[in-house]
Design a protein around this ligand. Structure first.
Ligand SMILES: [Zn+2]
Length: 503
C-alpha cells in the first residue's frame, strides 16, 4: 500500500518557532502563491542546478536517510538534520504541504556487535541511541518528521520488493543456502547513473557476502548467522540490508515516485546508488531530485571517533546554547563542508547574540515586536536559489546593522519594522529567539528577566543617586558589583541599559 505524497493534514503556512500555523491566502493576502515560486536545487544525479517542480502541485514529498542508531549522535550526525529542517521550513513557508519521512536504521552489524559486547539485546542498543538522536533533533529545533519509520518494522515491504526484483530478473537468492539475497548489478545497465560511475570501473561492494555471482552485486537481505536477530523470508531467515530498507520505507510512505531524497554526500555511493538501482529496477520512478549535504570535518579531515565523542550533542550544548549550536550548524551552505573549530563555534554564538541583542533593545524602546508579514525579496531569492542560507544570513545581519543604526538615531518605528522582518526571516531558519521554541531558552527567560530588571533598577537608582552627589567612587562600585554578578551596564543617551553577560 502506498500513501499519496500529499497528505490531508497539510503543513502549510507560516512558521512560528516549532509551531506550524495553517494560514489561508484570504487572511494573509501577502503570502506567496505557488505561481511565483522559482525554487532551484542542485540535483546530484543531474550534476547541475535544476528548477524544482513537484510531482503534485502544492505538495512536496521528502525522504531523508536518518540515523543508524549504533551510538549517540555528535554534531556531524545532526548537521544533515538541521540542513534539511531549514529546507523543509522554507518549503512550508513557500506554501507547500510537506510530507517528511526520515528513517531509523535500527539493525546493522555494529548494533549487533555493541549489544554483544555489552551483553544486552540489540533492541536495547537501538532504543537507547534512537532516544539520543530524537533528543538531539528536538533540542536543536528540528521539526519532528511526519513519519519516522524503523527498518525492522518494515520487513514485509522489503520481502515484497525483493519478490518484484527477483521476478524481473534483477535479484537472486544465494545458491549456498545462506539466505542472502543479492541485487544483480550487471542486469541493470543504468547502475552508476547517480554517482556518475561506469559500472565496469566500479569498486566492489561490502566484504561479508557469501555467494555472489558478480563482485559488484550488493546484499538486499543478509541471511542469518547463528545467534543473530532474524526475520523469516521465503529465502530463509535473516535481516534487512541497509539499502533495501530505505527503498521499501520511502516507497511505502511517499509512493513509488516522490520529490526529494536527501542525505549526506558520503551516502551517494554505494547507499543511494543502490537505493536508486533497486527501486528503479523494480519499476518505481523513485526520487526525482537528489540533494546531498556536505560533511562536518575537523582540520579538513573526516571526524575521528575520539573527537566525535567530544562533540556529542549533550556536551556541545554546555559550551553554547542549543539555538547557537543550530545557528553554527546551519549557517554554511548545505553543500559545503563545515570544518569544526571551537573558535568558529564561539564566533557563531557571538553572531547569534548580536541578532538577539538587537531584538531585545528594540523591545525595550518600542515594546514587543510581532513577526512581520513576509520575508524580504532578496532573502527569499537567496533561499530559492539552492537554499543559499549564507546569503540569507547576510541579509539578516544587514537588518541588524541597519536596525542598530536606527535605534541610535532614535528612529524607533524603523527599528521595529526591521525587527519584525528579522523575526520572520529567523523563523524560516528556525532561529527566532522570541519563538515558542527558543523563548526562555537563554538566561533571560521571560519571568526571570522581569525579576532581574526590577533588582537592577534598584541598583541603578542608587548609582544615579551617588552620581548626583558626585560620589563617583560609589557609583563605579555599584557598576562593578553588577558586572561581577554578570550584569553589564551601558550608559546610552536614553539612560542606562543592561544585559546579561553570556558564556
Ligand atoms: Zn537511506
Amino acid at each position: 500500500m502506498t500513501v499519496s505524497g500529499c497528505p490531508t493534514r497539510r503543513e502549510t503556512g507560516r512558521i512560528r518557532g516549532s509551531t506550524v500555523i495553517a494560514s489561508h491566502s484570504a487572511a494573509h493576502p501577502e503570502t506567496v502563491t505557488l505561481d511565483n515560486v522559482s525554487l532551484r536545487f542542485y540535483d546530484t544525479r543531474a550534476r547541475q542546478v535544476r528548477d524544482f517542480t513537484p510531482l503534485h502541485e502544492g505538495c512536496v514529498s521528502l525522504y531523508l536517510c536518518g540515523a543508524t542508531v549504533q551510538a549517540p549522535p555528535h554534531i556531524g550526525h545532526i548537521r544533515s538534520g538541521v540542513n534539511f529542517d531549514i529546507l523543509r521550513r522554507w518549503l512550508i513557508h513557500r506554501g507547500y504541504a510537506v510530507t517528511f519521512c526520515r528513517n531509523v536504521t535500527d539493525i546493522d552489524d555494529k548494533i549487533i556487535r555493541v549489544a554483544k559486547d555489552e551483553g544486552v539485546q540489540w533492541w536495547e542498543v537501538s532504543e537507547r541511541n534512537q532516544r539520543a538522536f530524537t533528543y538531539a533533533y528536538d533540542v536543536l529545533g528540528c521539526l519532528p518528521p511526519t513519519v519516522e519509520p524503523r527498518a525492522t518494522g518494515h520487513v514485509p515491504e522489503m520481502v515484497e520488493l525483493m519478490h518484484r526484483l527477483i521476478d524481473r530478473g534483477h535479484a537472486y537468492a544465494a545458491e549456498d543456502g545462506s539466505g542472502d539475497v543479492y541485487f544483480d548489478v550487471p542486469s541493470y545497465p543504468e547502475y552508476g547513473e547517480l554517482s556518475n560511475q561506469r559500472v565496469e570501473q566500479m569498486r566492489t561492494g561490502e566484504g561479508d557476502e557469501r555467494d555472489k555471482r558478480d563482485p559488484r552485486d550488493f546484499a538486499l537481505w543478509k541471511g542469518a548467522r547463528p545467534g543473530e536477530p532474524q526475520w523469516p523470508t521465503p529465502w530463509g531467515p535473516g535481516r534487512p540490508g541497509w539499502h533495501l530498507e530505505c527503498s521499501a520505507m520511502a516507497t511505502k510512505y511517499l509512493g513509488p515516485v516522490f520529490d526529494i531524497h536527501g542525505g549526506g554526500i558520503d551516502l551517494v555511493f554505494p547507499h543511494h546508488e543502490n537505493e536508486s538501482a533497486q527501486s528503479k529496477a523494480a519499476g518505481d520512478g523513485f526520487a526525482r531530485y537528489w540533494l546531498h549535504n556536505g560533511m562536518l570535518t575537523t582540520g579538513g579531515e573526516k571526524m575521528s571517533k575520539s573527537l566525535g565523542n567530544s562533540l556529542l550533542i549533550p556536551l556541545m550544548i554546555r559550551r553554547v546554547r542549543p539555538v547557537e549550536l543550530r545557528y553554527y550548524l546551519g549557517q554554511a551552505h548545505y553543500r559545503s563542508s563545515l570544518d569544526y573549530s571551537d573558535e568558529a563555534l564561539q564566533e557563531a554564538a557571538a553572531a547569534y547574540q548580536r541578532i538577539e541583542g538587537f531584538l531585545t533593545r528594540v523591545a525595550e524602546v518600542a515594546g514587543p515586536v510581532p513577526a512581520g508579514a513576509e520575508v524580504p525579496a532578496d532573502f527569499a531569492a537567496a533561499l530559492d536559489d539552492d537554499l543559499g542560507v549564507s546569503q540569507a544570513l547576510a541579509i539578516v545581519h544587514g537588518h541588524v546593522r541597519e536596525g542598530n543604526t536606527a535605534l541610535a538615531d532614535g528612529a524607533k518605528e524603523r527599528a521595529a519594522e526591521l525587527a519584525a522582518e528579522l523575526r520572520t526571516m529567523l523563523a524560516v531558519l528556525g532561529l527566532d529567539p522570541l519563538s515558542e521554541q527558543w523563548a526562555g531558552s537563554g538566561a533571560e527567560s521571560a519571568g526571570m528577566r522581569d525579576v532581574i530588571d526590577a533588582l537592577v533598577s534598584v541598583a541603578l537608582g542608587q548609582r544615579q543617586a551617588a552620581r548626583a552627589r558626585k560620589d563617583y567612587a560609589a557609583a563605579d562600585e555599584i557598576r562593578d558589583q553588577l558586572g561581577a554578578a554578570g550584569v553589564l551596564v551601558e550608559d546610552t543617551p536614553q539612560g542606562p541599559r543592561w544585559e546579561l553577560k553570556r558564556g
